[in-house]
Design a protein around this ligand. Structure first.
Ligand code: CAO
Length: 536
């Protein structure tokens, strides 16, 4: 057992390179080749892999640090001997003789000549994926313009044009694999333009296999042009920062990186973001908003327009987002409106106020609404039902449990009152108060919020003349209750002031037809107008 100090190997002479990701934590076991840190220069991003297996005992860098070759990355407790580690690292940092890049055959052109551009030294990597072809026949190029983007499992790199000229043939396509020396493009050199052989003093060629493992390839072979992120950004019309390993993971999982929000430094997409995206896509959660082929709402930097403050969402709010989105996307909603004349109900309720006080409760219109809905649901079983998940059957419920939307400081919750049809108005008013209190004190258990057949959302105490509630799927309908208003109602002879309760009924049109909804709604309004009918 020995402690080995792992340093930044030769990174092609690049200096003051930024640490953008630390891939390990103290205590982590690492295997040989596991990524330790990700660095990013203005040319490329590169992962520094571990030269040996071991356990991380100390990390010497932080995200945002700028470092150069030789900087201490971390300390590794390893079973390898010091000599073995040293030789692995030495294989990488060994500076071979500078070599000529084989970017182009150096042919002087008197007037014009066609040159075949070859893949230069790419650090010994073989069968490297062409992930982007940046040119087409006829394109006029300047020296340094990108020809291709290649990607290994360690790095992405752009291959620049060695000189000015016009593309006369493109010899590779996206998805091809290439290696050093492969012909990629034929370029008609401009008169007088000569592809000069370049000395590449900062481009060591990794020769040993250990060196291959450790090679930060982009610094070696793509020293002159922006990294793949930038070309991708121009393609997608938005910024996209992700390291090669992350891009590889995204490709393997079939994730479009443009849809993933980056949580790394400068909004960089890290592996966890891709994994989180897949997880939420599988669970149908909110971040997978691109589901169903719906275009994403573009991300806006609101701070460009004025002062802002960001606050994290509560868990409850996140759940509401998921539930609302699921219902909204799955349920073809129809909403019908009606006013129930509750003049007599209100008179009855006011008469009962004293008794309510004696019973130590408060009698609002809500328990009457619950009771009337329970009767209506029993009379119209299509509303006390759910579509079966198999899409082949309806499930009719013999019980009548009704959800009640409760507004709390932490967000919206819907506790469920069970067997509403079997409870008295007094029992219901007590239970409403208990559940509302529990909701506000965050004391509701998951079981308190399950099993509803139907939901009532009452904004009556808050205001409004009508709204379109969202069905709480797999329930098939929801009743919205707005603020009671005294309105003139024609009784056949004269206008009478009546207390009218605005109601809205949203329903799932897959399960319920408009005519069914009309009948249910009229029946419900009639019950509320003459509550004696509830006991019939
Ligand atoms: N019109 C006029 N007044 C009404 C009314 C209506 N439709 N409904 C209730 N009121 C009155 C009540 O009678 C009470 O007045 P009094 O004390 O004088 O009797 C007052 O408004 C307050 O009622 P309340 O809100 O305390 O009680 P409630 O039984 O009506 O509602 C609850 C209980 C828990 C449902 C309610 O507090 C609540 O949270 N409502 C919001 C629901 C919500 O957010 N829905 C939207 C979901 S979708 O975003």
């Amino acid at each position: 057992m020995s402690i080995e100090i792992i340093k930044v190997p030769d990174i092609g002479g690049a200096e003051d390179v930024e640490v953008i990701e630390i891939c390990v934590a103290v205590g982590d076991p690492v295997n040989e080749e596991d990524s330790l840190v990700v660095l990013e220069s203005d040319k490329a991003s590169m992962e520094i892999p571990s030269p040996v297996a071991g356990k991380v005992v100390a990390i010497s860098l932080s995200v945002g640090d700028t470092i150069s070759e030789g900087a201490v990355v971390l300390e590794l407790e390893t079973t390898a001997t010091g000599d073995e580690v040293e030789s692995a690292v030495a294989a990488v940092v060994e500076q071979p003789e500078p070599v000529e890049e084989v970017v182009a055959a150096p042919v002087a052109a008197a007037v014009s000549s066609v040159e075949t551009i070859l893949i230069p030294d790419i650090g010994g990597a073989e069968a490297v994926d062409v992930i982007e072809v940046c040119v087409a026949v006829g394109d006029q190029l300047a020296e340094g313009d990108s020809l291709l983007v290649l990607e290994t499992d360690k790095a992405s790199m752009e291959i620049p044009s060695p000189s000015n000229g016009k593309v006369v043939a493109v010899l590779v396509a996206e998805g091809d694999t290439v290696a050093e020396g492969d012909a990629i493009v034929e370029l008609e050199l401009e008169a007088g333009s000569v592809a000069q052989p370049k000395q590449s003093p900062q481009s060591p060629v990794q020769k040993s296999s250990a060196a291959d493992k450790l090679a930060p390839a982009p610094a070696v072979v793509a020293p002159t042009v922006p990294s793949v992120e930038k070309s991708q950004a121009s393609l997608e019309g938005q910024s996209l920062y992700a390291g090669p390993a992350v891009r590889k993971l995204a490709r393997e999982l079939g994730v479009e990186l443009t849809k993933v929000s980056g949580s790394g430094p400068k909004g960089r997409i890290i592996k966890e973001d891709v994994q989180g995206f897949v997880k939420s896509a599988l669970s149908g959660s909110s971040s997978a908003v691109s589901g169903s082929g719906i275009p994403l709402v573009p991300e806006v930097d609101f701070s460009k327009f004025g002062e802002i403050e960001q606050q994290p969402l509560t868990k409850m709010h996140k759940l509401t987002i998921v539930n609302m989105q699921r219902s909204w996307l799955n349920v073809p909603h129809v909403t019908q409106f009606d006013d129930a004349d509750i003049t007599d109900l209100e008179a009855f309720r006011v008469d009962l106020k004293k008794e309510a006080e004696r019973r130590d409760t408060k009698l609002t219109p809500l328990p009457f609404l619950l009771k009337a809905c329970a009767v209506a649901l029993k009379e119209h079983p299509k509303f006390n039902a759910s579509l079966h998940a198999d899409g082949e059957q309806m499930v009719f419920k013999k019980y009548v449990h009704i959800g009640m939307a409760v507004d709390t400081p932490a967000g919206l919750v819907v506790p469920v009152i069970r067997d509403v049809d079997q409870k008295t108005i007094w029992e219901l008013s007590v239970e409403i108060a208990e559940l509302a209190l529990k909701a506000k004190n965050r004391k509701l258990m998951p079981g308190d919020m399950q099993g509803a057949c139907f939901t009532i959302s009452s904004l009556g105490s808050i205001g409004g003349t009508g709204f379109t509630p969202i069905v709480n799927a797999p329930e098939v309908a929801i009743l919205g209750v707005s603020r009671l208003a005294v309105k003139p109602v024609w009784n056949g002879e004269e206008f009478m002031p009546r207390k009218m309760l605005p109601l809205s009924l949203s329903y799932d049109h897959r399960a319920v037809n408009g005519a069914d909804a009309g009948r249910f709604f009229s029946f419900l309004a009639a019950l509320l107008t003459d509550v004696r009918r509830i006991i019939l």
